[in-house]
Design a protein around this ligand. Structure first.
Ligand SMILES: Nc1nc2c(c(=O)[nH]1)N[C@H]1C(S)=C(S)[C@@H](COP(=O)(O)OP(=O)(O)OC[C@H]3O[C@@H](n4cnc5c(=O)[nH]c(N)nc54)[C@H](O)[C@@H]3O)O[C@H]1N2
Ligand SMILES: Nc1nc2c(c(=O)[nH]1)N[C@H]1C(S)=C(S)[C@@H](COP(=O)(O)OP(=O)(O)OC[C@H]3O[C@@H](n4cnc5c(=O)[nH]c(N)nc54)[C@H](O)[C@@H]3O)O[C@H]1N2
Ligand code: SF4
Ligand SMILES: [Mo]
Length: 756
């Protein structure tokens, strides 16, 4: 008989898939980690990375106490000492140079951490700095910009209804390795197979025959960075064949004629050479999308982090709209999450904004008060008024994850003061004066506020802490609140940073705020209680909005809202605590035009910024000659997660996976055999790594993973150090970005090879 107390159910916080875990444990030791068969979303599936949760928890290299850099190396100090240090160093800097002198970089794991996510807004408000950076501009920024422009809210993400589609066209994504992105859908193999088993088709368009492509019915190579051309020509085909049909959304979409005009010169023949795709294939793709009743075109990293990432992401949405697949079963749909971030932020008046001001050096546009991560180093290195002199990194490793990491490495070493909130001494945090480590992921509660909003089903699950942290340990929430208290100006006009707000948040804790959000959300309590919960939320997060619009929006969010009446289920934290496997809230449902956030409740299909960018596209490809150098692209591996799981011995015991894939033709040209060490060089830098010959690649394209390069001095990652690899971002260029929105370019990098 199993002792029930020794089984703990929770959601894996490592990637976007949100797999349910069943963890057996005894006396503070983990015995096993398996998939939770009763989790409504993952139904027992997990990937090898789940084991890393134990490895991180037990890792002797994981920091458990604040660390201070001294002349004699790192020394542990108490939290009180740490916060005193911070105050002593940063307050005078803020006084002397202004609040913009202190920058902040927010990394990816923040999204997987409700405490951090909920404390982030108050902290940023209190810091009051315009030097804000995050992994967003190394990742999904184009998607958020498109959401904002088309639907009126940056956080209203279209999600492929993969469980009901009959045609899944996958562009620049490799969900078999990544487990899905902006598409939380564990067990991709099962879901893709299910499409095929119901007679449907999976098509992958990618410069590499990826793990996903190998499972697909068709795979087509595309020359890196040319997706916008392919997509424009698909739009062209649809208008040419009069196959444009917006279906139910017809009355709610403006300016379709502008799209027709924009794509006129982009025939499949005109883009064939640049994209490397035949006109016949392009026509078939367009016709297939238009003629399959349940079909969806999905794109991710490969398409968003390239020179025309925003343009491409816009066009993916255009294609789904003009073929009638937006907000339709089997097409692109929208979640109705229990904590509805889009609604809540609209409630505080923040649907996102773009290009209100520009960065100091490269003059790139802000997005929702953030500057592109590609400008982080130059903002530190370039003297003059507005120069950044101090930095807080939070759950991020930009030295490995941002373009031209080498230059950033140098920039960080020149800061007057730096804090890293991280539990590893890694490539980035080694530059800090102080490292503040939060508890391990298993020592805190967990709720996916962010990822439930991009899941392929509406689900809700709360995970209690598995282990009790030591008395002096702090969570990210605790750390952020303390930073907020120390670093906010004494007299703040708004609410953020006020002592009252700090005390209120501190008294509540993240879980009680979560409870308020659940209760006031669409599946929340009965209306009377919901309004009280909403009122409490207002007190916490609201700045200053006209009373009437507040009320209207609040009602829309709550179980009062017309669209929510059928959803009310009495959800609260207590309810979730009793449902240890989580709750299924049903498949995605059509919700437009109600959820459009533009004042005219119409989709703006042809925003000017995208139309204008077409001339840049044309100029770029007009001057492009047949390229001699090789083109570098990236890849993800199922055993790795960005830069921070390489210290897990169980995940790293296989061969070094940081190698350069190269096509046999190119290998022959360079006289290479698998295992040879080469030097690879771009306009930014050079590095050494072994090659592996593979005919999975498009000829002329080479491929390496990112997140490696752990051999920098001072890094305290023993396992990772044994197999350090090299950092792809020592080759990428911080000045080669998508000029439209400042997103970093991680694909299509020109490189040369030299055999060593
Ligand atoms: N060349 C290239 N570069 C890329 C990409 C690519 O495809 N190619 N991908 C980009 C993408 S999509 C992303 S999202 C970024 C990721 O880039 P980042 O977000 O900058 O970095 P990560 O590698 O995710 O590192 C996360 C850090 O957070 C710490 N950490 C983990 N959990 C927690 C926690 O709960 N609290 C705190 N405080 N710290 C924690 C880890 O120790 C680690 O140091 O990389 C980007 N960079
Ligand atoms: N195992 C694992 N899982 C992860 C992560 C991880 O590091 N490891 N990271 C997580 C994060 S932060 C994210 S954002 C997601 C990302 O999730 P995905 O976007 O699915 O991940 P990638 O593997 O980067 O997929 C990008 C694909 O685009 C292709 N590609 C490159 N250039 C081009 C191009 O120009 N055009 C086209 N059409 N394709 C191109 C690449 O070959 C690659 O197959 O994964 C998440 N899941
Ligand atoms: S796919 Fe793997 S890493 Fe991602 S949530 Fe599931 S178990 Fe965790
Ligand atoms: Mo990401």
């Amino acid at each position: 008989m199993e002792n029930k107390d020794n089984i703990h159910f929770r959601t894996c916080n490592l990637c976007e898939a949100m797999c349910g875990l069943e963890i057996r444990h005894r006396d503070n030791r983990i015995l096993s980690i398996r998939g939770d068969k009763k989790d409504p979303l993952s139904q027992g599936y997990i990937c090898p990375k789940a084991l890393a949760l134990q490895d991180i928890h037990e890792d002797p290299d994981r920091l458990r106490q604040p660390m201070k850099k001294t002349d004699h190396g790192w020394v542990p100090i108490t939290w009180n000492e740490a916060f005193k240090e911070i105050k002593t160093h940063l307050r005078p800097l803020q006084w002397r140079y202004g609040r913009d002198a202190l920058g902040v970089y927010i990394g990816n794991p923040t999204v997987h951490n409700h405490g951090a996510l909920l404390a982030l807004l108050p902290l940023l408000g209190a810091l009051g700095t315009r030097k804000r950076f995050s992994a967003t501009s190394n990742d999904q920024l184009p998607h958020m910009l498109v959401n904002l422009k088309l639907f009126g809210h940056q956080a209203l993400f279209p999600v492929p209804d993969i469980d009901h589609t009959d045609l899944f066209i996958c562009l620049g994504a490799n969900p078999m390795a990544s487990n899905g992105s902006l598409m939380s859908a564990p067990d991709m193999r099962k879901r893709l197979k299910a499409i095929q088993n119901r007679g449907g088709e999976v098509i992958v368009i990618d410069p590499r025959k990826t793990e996903t492509a190998k499972l697909a019915d068709q795979h087509h190579f595309i020359r890196p960075g040319t997706d916008a051309l392919l997509l424009l020509s698909m739009v062209n085909v649809l208008f040419h064949h009069q196959l444009v049909n917006l279906g139910r959304l017809q009355p709610y979409v403006d300016d379709v004629d502008l799209v027709e005009l924009a794509c006129q010169s982009f025939t499949p023949e005109s883009v064939a050479d640049s994209t490397g795709m035949s006109p016949e294939v392009i026509r078939d793709l367009a016709l297939g999308l238009a003629k399959t009743p349940k079909a969806v075109l999905y794109s991710r990293m490969g398409t968003s982090t390239q020179e025309f990432g925003a343009l491409s992401t816009w066009l993916v949405n255009v294609l789904n709209i003009i073929t009638g697949h937006m907000d339709q079963r089997g097409g692109m749909m929208f979640t109705k999450p229990a904590v509805d971030l889009a609604e809540i932020t609209a409630l505080t008046g923040d649907k996102g904004h773009f290009d209100r001001y520009r960065s100091r050096v490269q003059k790139l546009p802000e997005f929702s008060d953030e500057l592109p991560a590609a400008t982080l180093a130059e903002e530190i290195l370039t003297p003059g008024s507005g120069q950044m002199r101090a930095l807080i990194t939070f759950a991020g490793n930009p030295v490995l994850s941002s373009p031209n990491g080498k230059r950033l490495d140098k920039a960080l070493s020149q800061l007057d003061y730096m804090i890293s909130v991280d539990f590893y001494l890694n490539e980035t945090s080694r530059h800090a004066n102080l490292i503040l480590p939060p508890v391990s992921p298993l020592e805190r509660s967990h709720y996916d506020i962010g990822l439930n909003a991009v899941a392929v089903r509406n689900v809700s699950k709360y995970s209690a802490p598995l282990f009790k942290p030591s008395k002096q340990a702090k969570t990210d929430w605790d750390i952020m609140l303390e930073l907020m208290r120390i670093l906010s100006p004494r007299s703040v006009a708004g609410k953020f940073g006020s002592t009252a707000q700090y005390q209120l948040l501190k008294a509540l804790g993240p879980d009680r705020v979560l409870n308020l959000l659940l209760q006031s959300g669409p599946y929340g309590l009965h209306p009377g209680k919901a309004t009280r919960a909403i009122q409490a939320l207002f007190d916490l997060f609201n700045d200053a909005l006209p009373q009437r619009s507040q009320l209207k929006r609040a009602i829309r969010l709550s179980p009062f809202g017309e669209q929510n009446r059928t959803l009310v289920k009495g959800l609260s934290l207590d309810v979730l605590k009793n449902e240890r496997h989580g709750i299924d809230l049903g498949p995605l449902q059509p919700c437009l035009p109600e959820r459009i956030y533009h004042d005219n409740t119409k989709i703006n299909i042809a925003p000017k910024i995208f139309l204008k960018d077409l001339s840049r596209l044309q100029q770029t490809f007009k001057k492009e000659q047949d390229k001699e150098p090789l083109i570098l692209i990236g890849r993800r591996d199922v055993q790795s997660n960005n830069s921070w799981l390489h210290n897990s011995a169980r995940l790293q015991k296989q061969n070094n996976r940081c190698e350069l894939l190269i096509h046999p033709r190119d290998a022959e040209k360079h006289q290479l055999t698998s295992g040879d060490l080469i030097e690879i060089q771009s306009s930014t830098g050079r590095l050494k790594l072994p090659v592996c010959i593979s005919d999975d690649l498009m000829p002329g394209v080479v491929c390496m993973p990112h997140g490696w390069g752990h051999n920098r001095s001072g890094v305290a990652l023993k396992v990772a150090g044994q197999n350090p690899g090299a950092s792809m971002n020592d080759l990428t260029d911080a000045e080669c970005v998508d000029r439209l929105c400042g997103t970093s370019v991680f694909t299509g990098i020109e490189v040369n090879l030299n055999r060593i």
